[in-house]
Design a binder for this molecule. Sequence first.
Ligand code: PMP
Ligand code: GLN
Length: 388
Amino acid sequence: MKPGNSILSGYGTTIFETMSRLAAQHQAVNLGQGFPEGLECPEVIEACIRATRAGPHQYPSMLGTPELRQAIAAHAERFYKLKLDWQSEVMVTSGATEALADCLLGLIEPGDEVVLIEPLYDSYLPIIRRAGGIAKLVRLKPPLWDLPREELANAFSDKTKLILLNTPMNPAARVFDRDELTFIATLLDKYDAYAVCDEVYEHLIYDGLDHVPLITLPGMRERCARIGSAGKIFSLTGWKIGWVVAAPKLLQPIIKAHQFLTFTTPPMLQNAVAFGLGLPDEFFAKLKTDLANRRDKLKAGLQRIGFATLEAKGSYFLTADFRPLGFNGKDDDFCRYITEQAKVTAIPISAFYQSDPPDHFARFCFAKQDEAIDEALHRLGRFFGKPG
Ligand code: PMP
Ligand code: GLN
């Protein structure tokens, strides 16, 4: 039998699927894979029921339903004063994962260099490599996850086609500020490069910080493709509704990839999301407060048990150093160990690095019901002999 594609065949099953399966097998409280529980937006679910009854149920435009494209443009103007032409600058996708693949397959030519910041989300590298891109990795290191500006500048060259930038960041929960983004913008100008901006956690940002889309910085309007995800905004990750917005010329090749990958996305889900994007400001504010409260609960409990927790300014994730508990193995072993023995699941941070990773940190998802967080802390506390 002839083998499949060597790049993709070389990858195992993703860490998220692996750990969720292990969690199910051991009846563990799953604080591993990043999906919310107890936060699903009821108004958007109701809107979906209405849209499902009303139809239509045939292929909508491959760019997305007019309702959702208009709502995405209105949302960008409302939150970021970013004015978009909904007809030529907005495209709906089947999740941000598809949007990322569309951008990477649509923009990268074999031999192009792509700058990436580790720790990074697991779908980036396989698609970049499959597209023939050459990854230039710059790493943030725990516990502070500072942006190493000199290394970042050195990663750029005349061969750089784009940077893939994720803010708020999974798993580091870092939020890049205007000064850091301005530094990146300078590099994009200098090397005539693009940015694919993975902003799926744009509304999951805490402690009064603001999300700044790179596309809103001076000179960046033509250089950035900005990606969003309804899954994260409405806590409906299984719906897989995402989008890309970019200037018409930049969006064109991205549309070409989309039209041959998924072509389109279920219309009733799109129209329910269109309704959701128009919800009042209080909805978006409450999401932040709810998640920040859950983060604080998990953080305080993990600290009581003896973990050294890191800052979490955005996303669903809190990273913790487990060495103070006396566990001297690697993070993979630790995450398996607590899943099997304490019945609580986390994700090893090393999974987000290509090589030579930091190996004593675990990522916990706090977007869960209070009871699930309490139960996880209780189990970990009992297991490590400290009250959680
Ligand atoms: N980017 C990042 C950083 C993510 O954490 C996720 C989470 N799944 C995605 C993209 C994909 O989003 P979606 O579920 O909309 O495909
Ligand atoms: N983004 C989620 C996480 O980081 C997982 C999504 C997935 O499983 N592909 O946990």
